[in-house]
Design a protein around this ligand. Sequence first.
Ligand code: IMP
Length: 209
Amino acid sequence: MNSAEKIVVIATGNAHKVEEFNRLAADAGLKDLRFISAKECVPEGMPKVVEDAGTFEGNARLKALALRKIVPADYFVMADDSGLCVDFLDGAPGVETAYYAGPDATHAENRAKLLEALKGVPAAKRGAYFYCLLLLISPESREIIFDGSCHGFISENERDSGFGFGYDPVFVPAGYDKTFAELSGDIKDSLSHRGKAFAELTAYFRKRS
Ligand code: IMP
């Protein structure tokens, strides 16, 4: 690590997430910021955490604190938590988004359950938003939270052109008539909950450097 470089260890076992954060940092021109996975930092990787806090913030804190204990003190740690909140379902699936159709559910099963739950619900009542929360713990042990949301509605059927993951094929962002899975990655990054939370994080690191 050179003296200006800041290392952020991400509380995830998902290499795809680490890649995405590094891409967003490079796009933002943050050359001295480097995201690494827990596995790249400590041989045991991300500890198992039961995400039972009941809120996005609480779950992110559980993951970040578990990681803080095992990584070098001069590194930042960061945990993210995200999900989809549907108005007609009183905010569900929310913190259960990844497991909506069961503990081992696939993305396809989760989407099918959601479309079934909204069967026959008129367009005006299909409002929903994606939410993303990033919880950072600095080397000085300060906790900082960044978040972002993206409002839109749930389509009646899946629409996919090969982009996206998770609930992308059933989520249409406000102002568009295409689902996230039909829009390009660049458009999604500019609108998405994760993109907005990341912009706040970027602003924080710009001020720090
Ligand atoms: P986690 O924050 O990685 O636990 O993600 C929670 C769940 O939310 C994921 O399994 C996805 O199904 C869903 N999700 C979060 N962000 C997105 C997105 O940008 N598109 C589609 N699904 C998402």
